[in-house]
Design a protein. Sequence first.
Length: 256
Amino acid sequence: MLAYRYLYISGLLSYFVLANLLCANKPLPFLPGEKLEYDLHWGIFPVGYASLEIAPRTLSSQEPWKISFFVRTNNFADSIYKVRTNITCWVDSNFTKSLKYIKTQQEGRTRKHISVDFDYLQKKISYTEKGYPTRILKLDKDVYDPLAIAYAFRYWPTAEGTSKVFPTSDGKKFLDVEVKVGEAEKIRVPFGSFKANDVIPNMKTLSGVFKKSPKGILRVWYSQDNRRIPVKISSKVIVGSFTAKLKKAERLQKNL
């Protein structure tokens, strides 16, 4: 009986080792240096530009992933609601948790500079906003920041018709973001045509101009290939419907 248990445990361990090796050799959905650029529209009107970018790094290293997001409105939209927002986050090398999150926000009359540090050794999150005392949250599990979720979904594949929950924190509160993957459909954007899955993150709290109306919804179409590129983003909010469509992409992973 003991010999049987030993063989069973050894076989089980061998299976997990092999599975980890296969995952390690599997190409990542994105590469260091990837840059995605989007045209923004409010209804039929062009209102600005957005970009998502991964900083260069060595794939085999243990250095964190650095991801940046930038959005700005054009001259037409500036006269109504000017937006200049920069967000940068750092995620651990295995893409299991966020390490730092910085946001510089200019949206209408709102001006904010926010820095969030995730300290897993001290089990705390430090939230610092210019002009206010630092807030501390107790941290007892791995979490993602609001920007990292978009790449965590790409990093950890989710099958069509299923959902996955990503523990998330913006430094002030915790939120389990459930991401539901819908059926694939053909999506046409300035960068090309893609078969993409309609993905809906269930986010209960959005603020500012992006606060959801009672019937509001956020949808992201990710390409159905191994790269899971966010090719289109749509949000119905209080002030109307916003759409971001991919117009340019650099340093994409190969489409296998």
